[in-house]
Design a protein around this ligand. Sequence first.
Ligand SMILES: [Zn+2]
Length: 432
Amino acid sequence: MTSYLIKGAAILGGEPTDLLIEDGRVVLDPSAVERSRDRGDVEVVDASGLIALPGLVDLHTHLREPGREDAETVLTGTQAAAMGGFTAVHAMANTEPVADTAGVVEQVWRLGREGGYCDVYPVGAVTVGLAGERLAELGAMADSAARVRVFSDDGHCVNDAVLMRRALEYVKAFDGVIAQHAQEPRLTEDAQMNEGELSGRLGLRGWPAVAEEAIIARDCLLAAHVGSRLHVCHVSTAGSVEIVRWAKSKGWNVTAEACPHHLLLTDELAATYDPIYKVNPPLRSATDVEALREGLADGTIDVVATDHAPHPHEDKDCEWQAAAFGMLGLETALSVVQQAMVDTGLLDWRGVADRMSASPARIGRLSGHGRPVEVGEAANVVLYDPSFSKVVDATELASLSRNTPYAGRELPGRVVATFLRGNPTVLDGKLQ
Ligand SMILES: [Zn+2]
């Protein structure tokens, strides 16, 4: 295994430091680093001007395999993840077949390990076939080789309150968490975009904020009632941030995520009728974006999660109404967070490491990820150049799909290197 001497990296944006990556671990001991300079077997990486962060962890990724390998595979999705600085992703359960058994989650977990680009932690479905009728084999998935701790029917809301209560109760046995896609179904029938003055003008059916907020409020109360862990997926409204803040003030075990696109883009983009901007939950108002940023900055929102949702050309290159919901996110997440949170002064790099690595790893109960860049820790490390600026070119993405809402848009920053347990998955900005 090659050793790497990383010269002049600013760990979490601090003073430039030399660090050695050896035998899959981080070595900061000055004498060991010094000795490595004369060794022929050590590859030197010039990291001057670069920030070192712990490998990013995504709580919300759609890898599409099994079933929709025309959109993404575990291999291409984890390559995209590595290019984005991720060393671990949670793969959502809405595959074909659905990840609702030990067999399917073990298959996805193994594909991630075999690829070697990024660890894949499958999310188990809450209900059989995501149908919202009866609980899936949560215990068997937790006991499987994939050791599932996060369960979600993402794409669908677990709408039945009795079922949601049972799921919350069930996962307590193995310290699991229910990650809810909060969407009241009746209030959002055929919903196309954020409900507001603009949806009326554009003639697109509205997706009202209350449909998200009502479910989040109910689930917070349920989680408190049974003393279990709730995680709220892709919070998108100012009201949702308020409800999560209230639940946390009560001491309840509630965590929440925001997606990069909800931190940067607004519903005004729907006026283009370009379904590249069609996503669920929808892009919201500038006021909502502001509230999400504040919530992320003050810790009400624990994590940034990408909701990376690859779709083949034919599912997006059509009329708005007919197009699929979702957009790519893995390869642009850190750049979007830099623009929305760091360059605005709302979050420093220490905060970014918390929201994009430590907190998601803690919620997913991952032991080998989300650890600080410190002596003896597994070398899951990203080197990032915040001074770089680029215009996003969809054709250059590692993802199999091209549905990025940032194509043609200038974004700051570039992932220069990603190390997974000491192995470079990305070096010099290129996939290894
Ligand atoms: Zn969702």
